[in-house]
Design a binder for this molecule. Structure first.
Ligand code: UN1
Length: 500
């Protein structure tokens, strides 16, 4: 395990490699690492939120008029730079979040992928042409850049979620102000430096991307500023409950990607090895700290004992420890508070009649940090803490007798992000896909690890927003409907006669 001094050296050299000025005057924020539980160093100061929005707003006037494919060229260069610095950025993700190397590299790959997607998008911001009901008229809709996009991102995907928003927003002609999690300033500085370099190389207008490191006050200033056309916020449902109404009160737009309480159904026809492997990754991967992590397992009663014993055996074998080390599958929780929240949830589940089958205990890996073994908890019913999102590796197991009951249980929570069913019965799979009320629903695939090509987000208390692929770009643009009259005379719609 690396010492804090080694992590400091590694982080500083990663920042230098990414073009961050490590000697710049520092602000009040201090980088830390969940690997040691200790502070690393104070991070460079960034502009105030007000100034950042002013700059991004001024840059928008220029950027909106740059042809979309030329904007795409900037995103292409960003994608190339991310590819060249993939390992370095992944190192920062591991230092600040504790992700194992393979997942940290995967997160950077997700950035490269969305850049590719957004480059293509820059030539495909299609509008429709509709037949007009009037002779000599044409009806069309055109998509225009929206304005300044505010991005609030969470610690658990410190770089990918920024890139989903930023690559697409820039291709759409928007400028971006980013407020990352206070837990991941180094990742943010690295990404911002690469984008700045790409913008410099391609002569993009100054100020199209602004990074503001700060806490709640900076977030509130972004949310309340009428110059910010769209606030794209990722975080807890509690945070979204505050952000949504505040942005709506000034008639701004918000795109919310909030909490999940994702469930998987395992049916009698499931291929058990596919199911078990997928569930272990979804529940214990990223130490249960994805918004897509699998938190509830709804298993046919006939299979429940078998599935529980197979999962318990897999959880017991999970290599927990140094995320830099090859073979480690579970790194630390992000903070001591997360560890405590995990313990509180396990206690509440036990008090409500649940049985902790395995895991939950602190793991001593010979470093500061906050490590815990992923926990498997059999619960008698879906109530209390099972209805909540605890951002830690706990998988609650429930049993069902028929598919109606399983789907009702699946939908019986306020969150609606991601879902999975393991089945080889076609009718069961189709029914699940039709009735699961989540934004993402999978067959023989776990709840986490979505590709960028699809729209990402969820329903109900997950907030309803969609980011990343498919037509999520439309949230970053405004639509204008145009009627063009080339007939040389006046014709009113709906046959209205108003001749003067
Ligand atoms: C998140 O946890 O906020 O689908 C994003 C996944 C990743 C993204 C998760 N591609 O698990």
């Amino acid at each position: 395990m690396k010492t804090n001094a080694e992590l400091i050296d590694l982080a500083r050299s990663a920042l230098r490699d990414l073009g961050v000025d490590t000697d710049a005057p520092t602000g009040h924020l201090i980088a830390r690492s969940p690997l040691t539980g200790e502070d690393l160093f104070p991070v460079p100061a960034t502009p105030s939120m007000r100034d950042a929005i002013t700059k991004a707003d001024a840059a928008f006037d220029e950027w909106r008029n740059v042809p979309a494919p030329v904007r795409g060229a900037l995103v292409k260069r960003l994608g190339e730079l991310l590819g060249e610095h993939k390992q370095t950025l992944a190192t920062l993700v591991t230092i600040e979040v504790g992700k194992i190397t393979s997942e940290a590299l995967g997160e950077v790959q997700e950035m490269i992928d969305i850049c590719d997607f957004a480059v293509g998008l820059s030539r495909q911001l299609y509008g429709k042409t509709m037949p007009s009901e009037r002779p000599g008229h044409r009806l069309q809709e055109v998509w225009h850049p929206l304005g300044v996009v505010g991005v609030i991102s969470a610690f658990n995907f410190p770089v990918a979620v920024w890139s989903w928003n930023t690559a697409v927003a820039l291709a759409c002609g928007d400028t971006v102000v980013w407020k990352p999690s206070e837990l991941t300033p180094l990742c943010a500085l690295g990404c911002a430096a690469l984008l700045e370099r790409a913008a410099r190389e391609l002569g993009a207008p100054e100020g199209i991307h602004q990074l503001v490191l700060g806490g709640r006050d900076a977030g509130a200033a972004l949310v309340d500023d009428p110059r910010v056309a769209l606030v794209s916020a990722t975080g807890s449902t509690r945070m979204g409950r505050e952000v949504g109404p505040r942005v709506a009160a000034r008639f701004g737009r918000s795109l919310l990607e909030l909490g999940g309480n994702n469930a998987t159904i395992v049916t009698p026809s499931a291929d058990m090895s596919v199911a078990i492997n997928s569930i272990v990754f979804a529940a214990a991967g990223t130490a249960g700290q994805r918004c897509t992590s699998n938190r509830r397992l709804i298993v046919h009663r006939y299979l429940a004992d078998d599935v529980v014993s197979k999962l318990a055996a897999a959880f017991d074998r999970l290599p927990i420890g140094d995320p830099f080390e090859q073979g480690t599958l579970v790194g630390p929780l992000v903070s001591e508070a997360s560890y405590e929240a995990m313990q509180a949830a396990l206690k509440a589940a036990s008090e409500a009649g649940g049985e902790v089958i395995c895991g939950g205990e602190r793991v001593d890996v010979g470093a500061g940090g906050h490590w815990a073994r992923p926990a498997l908890v059999r619960v008698p019913e879906q109530s209390g803490v099972v209805l909540e999102e605890t951002f830690a590796p706990i998988l609650y197991v429930l049993s069902y007798d028929d598919l109606d009951e399983a789907i009702a249980m699946h939908n019986g929570v306020v969150q609606g992000l991601s879902a999975g069913i393991f089945t080889n019965d076609h009718a069961e799979a189709e029914r699940f896909l039709a009735e699961a009320d989540t934004g993402i629903a999978n067959v023989n695939v776990g709840t986490s690890g979505a590709e960028i090509g699809g729209a990402f987000g969820g329903e109900k208390a997950t907030g309803g927003g969609r980011e990343s692929g498919s037509d999520a770009w439309r949230s970053y643009m405004r639509r204008a409907t145009n009627t063009i009259n080339y007939s040389g005379s006046v014709a009113l719609a709906q046959g209205v006669d108003f001749s003067v």
